[in-house]
Design a protein around this ligand. Structure first.
Ligand code: GAL
Length: 844
């Protein structure tokens, strides 16, 4: 019965769905062809689980408006199959809905199934239960692994087919990917690795999806797999198969961030330069990794130590706002490249070398020519003579002349606005001053055994130290290791100088002796194996040691990364040092012997208990949390292991919402039961390596242009509006504070454009915009002519048009966006001899 209703319903939808036509996608040595047409494909990565369904339509619209025609995403195995053979495609895991949103916008999709994805995602996308299957070896010729991998890949491919999502069925998916950058690590897997690559290729082929498959960074990709490039630059890349088009699956728009690290930035001048060069040298498919990075909600961040924010300095910021000028400057490039599609994909190519790394590349087709003038010199501008006209190409830039005469675009000349983002108070709070949330709290408590020596709800007791994820299956960050031992009154270990020494594979340890906290330590500087050592005091009789080991994301990259250990690896020793005073007389005053007595505990009986009590009680979820007692008075601060809870009003308007967790230490936060991720404000970004200026010229690396030194590596946490109840005070924030913090300064804010500057060249159209319904309230500065200075300190030059300011005021004040034709005919004559520029600063 249910199935016939389902059939009826689907028949109805079939009937009302607009007809979509199957596309014939193939490729040749020059390009991906769609229905026989060679295409320039400009793509951007948006990972569906790193945003919410409510954000998808606007993210995808902004990508389209930014000139992209394709959206790329990975598929996240451990999110969909968190427990073996139990699948979840709900909420932000609704892959089909995401792809249909892409399709609704008329964009193509690239589906990188992996199912190993790397992506700074927990365990690279592998479910941890996979690690615990006997006999398994990851990413190599191993039947157990290959069986699981093909099972999941088949689930995904079948789902795509069932929903008609491949282009061959009229859907948006034009390309799929199997594996991910295996070529980078194949050396760790010997001959079996080579066979595994062939097996991956066969598996992919066997699905007969009707669209091409890629394998990125796989220089031995078996035909018909297309080998593609990942990196900051890929202009010099050539695929192994001469019949494969030149494709760039990951153009890194910035970089990811780790706890304790600074914010990386990649300038748009450099990014545009890399893209333009790629197309200058015959590229046809280019994907921004990331176009929208988003947020690692829950415990999805990998690393270890990847922050909750996955902003990536991408063209759309973590919250979905335009990251300007990056978004706008690339948009102009995309529109221009797409307008040159025919000549770039069919034209004959010739080049002229001018020396000093300066090259003109000329594409000609059916009597039309388009040119790129590229200057790869990081210091010197180049002036070249091309067909009797002189052109200056700034250092580290590419000029594009679609008719080989007029420069329409130069990667180093940014004509888009630079937005200055601001955080605004929660207007729903009627500007209560000072802003204070009312908090309740509850103790987590520390685990210990009861009178009978038993630990309640423990999992097991074994005479061995176990690897953490093998025990927890990664269902929690937290694992208790508890043991006890007896000490007799004459035991030398009872001395004054007794220490506990614990070797751990990371990432954090909290140690308790006889129910008292003796210390905590976290891995730093990328060294996750460390020794924890503290003085302790033992009792005569029974002593108990409880170690809480905490993981902060599992590794996601490298040969055999899946085997990297976490948790207490041992040895665990109690070391007593005794001064043998009775020998002092014999040896003289200055000399005495210290006798060390070591009690090794690694092979003791260890009791294991997974997770926090509050996790079992589901304190994070308002549906369950009221069942437990919370306290309103004597709010503790700087106290470890405390749960805090408060209610708040949803900020009004449509600007993205963030919560400022300043004052808190380290832990996890939830809004209305939805995880907004781990937080760690007490971990400050290192003091070194930041600079206020950033030279776009020269090869980029992620340590080149960093900001935020000496500050919490992440202070603000995104609260997608999907998580909020719009009506009144009905929103709950719960945090688990692990290290100790102070919640009094926590506040909700919105993020929007506060002001914007631009410095546009004559001949361009300058788009100025605020966002979220906010309008331009003031033109703080405008000069058309030869303005000088930088945003915030612009000044008029020698010559300027007297009417520019009033023209811009008229066009923009009171509007959310306005468009300025940067020309003398619109802004008035300037009397300048050089090309005019417009400098403008608006307040939103
Ligand atoms: C690549 C990988 C991506 C991502 C990127 C860095 O090696 O394929 O998934 O991890 O590096 O952000």
């Amino acid at each position: 019965m249910a199935s016939s209703i389902f059939l009826l319903i689907s028949a109805f939808f079939l009937f009302i769905t607009l007809p979509s036509f199957a596309l014939n996608v193939s490729h040749d040595g020059r390009a991906i062809t769609i229905d026989g047409e060679r295409r320039i494909l400009l793509s951007g990565s948006i990972h569906y689980p790193r945003s919410t369904p409510g954000m998808w339509p606007s993210l995808i619209k902004k990508a389209k408006e930014g000139g992209l025609n394709t959206i790329e995403t990975y598929v996240f195995w451990n999110a969909h199959e968190a427990q073996r053979r139990q699948y979840d495609f709900s909420g932000n895991l609704d892959l089909v809905r995401f792809l249909k949103t892409v399709q609704d916008e008329g964009l193509y999709a690239v589906l990188r199934i992996g199912p190993y994805v790397c992506a700074e995602w927990n365990y690279g996308g592998f479910p941890v239960w996979l690690h615990n299957i006997p006999g398994i070896k990851f990413r190599t010729k191993n039947d157990v692994f290959m069986n699981e991998m093909s099972n999941f890949t088949t689930v995904i491919v079948d789902m795509m087919k069932h929903e008609n999502l491949f282009a061959s069925q009229g859907g948006p998916i034009i390309i799929s990917q199997i594996e991910n950058e295996y070529g980078n690590v194949i050396g760790s897997y010997g001959n079996d690795g080579k066979e595994y690559v062939q097996w991956c290729a066969n598996l992919a082929q066997s699905y007969q999806t009707g669209v091409p498959w890629v394998m990125c960074q796989q220089s031995d990709a078996p035909s018909p797999m297309i080998n593609t490039c990942n990196g900051w630059y890929c202009d010099q890349f050539t695929p192994n198969n001469p019949n494969s088009p030149k494709m760039w699956t990951e153009n890194w728009t910035g970089w990811y961030k780790g706890w304790g690290l600074q914010d990386p930035h990649r300038t748009v001048e450099d990014l545009a330069y890399a893209v333009a060069r790629f197309f200058q040298y015959g590229g046809t498919f280019q994907n921004y990794y990331m176009y929208h990075g988003g947020t690692n909600f829950g415990r999805t961040s990998g690393g270890p130590y990847i922050t909750t924010s996955y902003d990536y300095d991408a063209p759309l910021d973590e919250y979905g706002n335009l990251n300007q000028p990056k978004w706008g400057h690339l948009k102009q490039l995309h529109l221009l490249l797409r307008s040159m599609e025919k000549v770039l994909t069919h034209g004959s190519v010739r080049s002229i070398e001018y020396g000093n790394m300066t090259t003109a590349t000329i594409y000609s087709y059916e009597g039309k020519s388009s040119c790129f003038f590229g200057n790869g010199n990081a210091e010197n501008d180049a002036t070249i003579n091309f067909e009797n006209t002189m052109y200056t190409v700034p250092a580290w830039s590419v000029s594009i002349l679609p008719d080989c005469f007029t420069e329409v675009y130069n990667t180093a000349k940014v004509n888009s606005q630079t937005s200055v983002m601001v955080k605004k108070g929660n207007a729903a709070d009627d500007f209560e001053e000072p802003y204070v949330l009312k908090w309740q709290w509850r103790d987590e408590g520390f685990e210990h055994s009861n009178k009978n020596g038993l630990v309640e709800d423990s999992l097991m007791t074994v005479e061995q130290l176990l690897e953490q994820k093998a025990v927890t299956n990664d269902t929690s960050d937290y694992l208790w290791y508890i043991t006890s031992f007896n000490v007799k009154n004459n035991d030398p270990i009872l001395g004054k100088d007794t220490t506990l020494q614990v070797n751990t594979a990371g990432h954090i340890i909290h140690a308790f002796v006889n129910g008292r906290h003796v210390g905590s330590q976290y891995a730093q500087n990328g060294k996750y194996n460390f020794t924890f050592e503290r003085k302790i005091k033992l009792n005569i009789g029974r002593n108990e040691i409880a170690l809480l080991s905490v993981t902060v994301g599992l590794p996601n990259y490298g040969g055999n990364f899946d085997l990297v250990q976490t948790g207490i690896s041992g040895p665990v020793n109690v070391v007593g040092r005794e001064r043998l005073d009775d020998l002092t007389q014999k040896l003289g005053d200055e000399k005495y012997i210290i006798q060390e007595v070591t009690k090794e505990l690694a092979f003791n009986k260890w009791t294991y208990k997974i997770g926090l009590r509050g996790e079992r009680q589901q304190l994070h979820d308002p549906v369950h949390s009221h069942r437990w007692r919370w306290f309103g008075d004597n709010l503790p601060t700087s106290k470890m292991f405390v749960w805090y809870k408060t209610t708040f009003k949803a900020p009004t308007g449509s600007d993205p919402v963030v919560v400022d967790l300043m004052g808190l230490g380290k832990g996890h936060a939830w809004v209305n039961g939805h995880s907004i991720g781990r937080y760690w404000l007490s971990y400050l970004a290192s003091e070194d390596g930041c600079s206020s200026t950033c030279d776009y010229r020269g090869t980029y690396s992620n340590s080149k242009c960093m900001t935020n030194c000496g500050k919490p590596s992440q202070r603000w946490y995104h609260v997608p509006r999907d998580f909020l109840n719009a009506d009144d005070n009905n929103n709950t924030l719960v945090v688990f504070e692990e290290f100790g913090g102070n919640p009094w300064n926590v506040k909700f804010q919105t993020v929007t454009v506060g002001s914007a500057c631009a410095n546009a060249y004559e001949g361009n159209t300058l788009e100025l915009s605020c966002q979220g319904g906010n309008v331009v309230s003031q033109i703080r500065f405008a000069s058309f002519g030869s303005p000088n200075g930088a945003c915030g300190s612009f000044g008029a030059g020698q010559c300027e048009s007297p009417s520019a300011l009033s023209t811009i005021q008229k066009a923009c004040i009171g509007k959310e966006r306005c468009s300025i034709d940067v020309s003398e005919s619109y802004l008035g004559p300037t009397g300048c001899k050089e090309t005019n520029r417009l400098a403008v600063e608006i307040i939103c």
